[in-house]
Design a protein around this ligand. Structure first.
Ligand SMILES: [Zn+2]
Length: 262
């Protein structure tokens, strides 16, 4: 399923897999002046391709990172001969995608092989300048793009107040990338895979992560182990978080927030 809106010259495209008619998880990608930024999930690749072809020329695809909810459309575009760019660290992963767990195959779809080119620090594609900034933390290969005043942050920030984390998340590194990379750039809005936020709102995220970091370290100094810290930090935890921890077999869990901020 696809939904789209516009923000100036930017087309914001949300895709997700309907299950019994409802989309449980959406992922967003973008089309800006002939450049496709990320690409939704494999389950919606065909639908996304038809949609983007009608928007205008496609000059290149740039990927913030290799996770399956960001690369769907790139599978088709690389087969059709379009240039797909990703961090050099992920070229092999895209070429030989590992089998993903069943819950991710249902929600997003199993990735197929993609031939990609390595990102440089700056790309110029048909007169469009794309600045590329390394921003590790959500994954090792993660980058942030800037095209004019638009900033594309992938999954570096998934929520301003995260209450659960993916096993590849390293929140100390995320904090560093947000403070030392994203906030040094000139922009108003930041466009991500699961959030659109503003430069003014991002300090709320930093404040929250620093609060967690201090609290986690205090609790550890008081002798609490990770499970006790989790219980003390989040005494009223939502059903959704508990469900994600169970359904994902622990790939999503609060412990990654705790362990990577210690
Ligand atoms: Zn991701």
């Amino acid at each position: 399923m696809i939904q789209s809106t516009k923000d100036g010259e930017l087309v914001i495209i949300k895709t997700g897999t309907p299950i019994d008619g409802n989309v449980l998880m959406w992922t967003t990608f973008y089309y800006c002046k002939g450049i496709v930024i990320d690409g939704g999930c494999p389950n919606t690749a065909e639908e996304a391709y038809k949609f983007v072809k009608d928007l205008g020329d496609i000059d290149a695809v740039v990927l913030t990172h290799h996770h399956e909810d960001h690369i769907g459309l790139a599978q088709i575009l690389s087969n059709e001969g379009f240039d797909v760019y990703i961090s050099k660290h992920s070229i092999d992963i895209l070429r030989n995608p590992p089998d993903i767990p069943e819950y991710r195959r249902i929600v997003w779809g199993q990735p197929k092989p993609i031939n990609a080119l390595p990102l440089e620090e700056e790309l110029n594609i048909k007169g469009i300048d794309i600045k590329v900034y390394k921003a590790p933390g959500h994954s090792k290969d993660h980058v942030v793009f800037q095209i004019d005043d638009y900033i594309f942050i992938g999954d570096l920030i998934g929520s301003l107040k995260p209450k659960i984390a993916f096993y590849s998340d390293n929140y100390s590194q995320i904090l560093e990338s947000v403070e030392n990379v994203v906030l040094t750039l000139d922009f108003e809005k930041a466009y991500g895979g699961h959030i659109i936020t503003t430069k003014d709102e991002i300090p709320l995220f930093i404040e929250y992560i620093k609060y967690l970091k201090n609290r986690i370290r205090e609790l550890r100094e008081d002798g609490h182990d990770t499970n006790e810290i989790i219980d003390l930090l989040w005494d009223r935890i939502s059903e959704k978080v508990l469900m994600m921890e169970a359904v994902s077999g622990g790939e999503w869990h609060r412990r990654y927030l705790v362990e990577t901020l210690l």
